[in-house]
Design a protein around this ligand. Structure first.
Ligand code: AMP
Length: 424
């Protein structure tokens, strides 16, 4: 569907032209007409589907036609990074208009607070904010919600995960009852449905297959022991110039540092991003990665959701994410818009059953590969994970194997598997 068909103003159409947006994505096709009609929306859509433009474009169209200089739009998001990212998209779309926006987030200094207070006083049309920061502005009476007509909650599931429920309710209590509310969430757990019942008025439900990664992502896994992970990682990345931009996700901060040091020892420049860094440092690393000044980013879950970095060619899951939905989010960093990408997950015996849960969720068996023989022998794939207490029985070797397993010296039975050589 072409954007002209929505009846957008010329200003918005010009902005879309300059941004290179030609056709609406499925979430945009579904959401934009309903939002333009004034309906509340409950949408499940993950990052990468074009959800941000799906809520921004119709709202921007509406406010560009009104002459009010007051704050009409409030967008509440879980993280500072997402606030900045949305604010950047707003600036892109409103380049040719007089619409002004501001993002409010935690972690700033006194000067930032002063600037933001001044901007709010002067009047901005759109405020993008994290809940905690917004509450402080509300409490200090620097933010007045009385004029808000449109409230958007983005990544609502993540906000509840972080513990922002009470803050969200307080924010909503500071807004007029008469408003249009759009709730976007990557997943739709019960708590989101409950929240939606409380704050939405007869919403239209929109759902974009949330649990299926984009078809263009080539997914694969390696069955390996923990000791094999670092050397395997290096083999996967070294001398592969086609992978210009790589993200490695790890579940722990400790592993992030181990991985970065190991890569550096092999002459592979990598940067880490985890909660060890403060907000400013995280932003700097993300900026350098976006600008392609850093080839390899090693990250904990802090950035796995919501952040839009274009043209990542390879995503490696150093561990299997415990939450199957997180797998979809992580590999969603690749194959955005028109690019294709590769997502590789390293599975140790303890993670096998978690990966099986992921396969159930994505309704697809992902190729399982053995580590290269030089790294030793791979564990057997078992959907329910390794047997505890040495119970015998042959493990199944079923799903989607990419190549025959090398036989090695295995004598059969799970207890006799050859372990990988120890690294020095
Ligand atoms: P989002 O799901 O909102 O994080 O968007 C993912 C990426 O797709 C962003 O970089 C958007 O700029 C881009 N995008 C969104 N909608 C379109 C579209 N209709 N055509 C081309 N790119 C788009």
């Amino acid at each position: 569907m072409k954007f002209e068909e929505f009846g957008f103003s010329d200003e918005i159409l010009d902005a879309l032209f300059y941004m290179g947006f030609e056709k609406a994505t499925p979430i945009q096709e579904q959401a934009i007409p309903e939002i333009l009609k004034g309906h509340d929306i409950l949408a499940s859509a993950q990052t990468g589907t074009g959800k941000t433009a799906a809520f921004l474009l119709p709202i921007l169209d509406r406010i560009s036609r009104s002459n009010s200089g007051q704050t009409q739009v409030l967008i509440v998001v879980p993280t500072r990074e997402l606030a900045l990212q949305i604010d950047q998209q707003i600036q892109g779309f409103t380049y040719t208009t007089a619409i002004e926006s501001i993002s409010l987030y935690g972690g700033g200094d006194g000067v930032e607070w002063e600037e933001q207070s001044r901007a709010l006083k002067k009047g901005v049309h759109i405020v993008v904010a994290t809940p905690g920061k917004l509450i402080s502005f509300i409490n200090n009476k620097h933010f007045n919600g009385d004029t808000v007509k449109y409230l958007i909650l983005d990544e609502a599931d993540r906000m509840l995960d972080i513990g922002f429920y009470e803050d969200i309710i307080s924010i909503i209590n500071a807004l007029p009852k008469e408003r249009q509310t759009l709730l976007f969430s990557a997943t739709m757990p019960d708590k989101i449905v409950q929240l939606s019942k409380k704050i939405l008025n007869d919403p239209k439900r929109i759902s974009i297959a949330i649990s299926k990664p984009a078809e263009k992502i080539l997914q694969a896994t390696y069955l390996c022991y923990d000791e094999q992970k670092v050397p395997l990682l290096i083999q996967l990345i070294k001398d592969k110039p086609a992978y210009k931009s790589i993200i490695i996700f790890s579940s722990t901060k400790k592993n992030v540092s181990t991985i970065v040091s190991a890569l550096k020892r092999k002459g592979l420049e990598a940067a880490a991003i985890s909660s060890d860094l403060d907000q400013k440092q995280r932003e700097e690393v993300l900026l350098a990665f976006r600008a392609k000044n850093i080839r390899i980013l090693v990250a904990t879950d802090v950035i796995s959701r919501g952040i839009d970095i274009k043209d990542i060619n390879l995503v490696i899951n150093y561990n299997v994410p415990r939450d199957a939905e997180d797998y979809v989010h992580r590999i969603g960093r690749t194959a955005r818009a028109d690019t294709s990408g590769v997502a590789i997950t390293l599975i140790n015996p303890d993670d096998m059953r978690h990966f099986h849960a992921i396969e159930k969720l994505i309704e697809k068996e992902v190729i399982k590969m053995d580590v290269p023989p030089a790294l030793g022998e791979s564990p057997e794939w078992q959907k329910s994970g390794p047997r505890r207490g040495g119970g015998g029985g042959r493990s199944r070797n079923s799903s989607g194997r990419a190549k025959p397993r090398h036989k090695g010296n295995r004598k059969g039975g799970s207890g006799n598997r050859k372990r990988p050589p120890k690294r020095d």
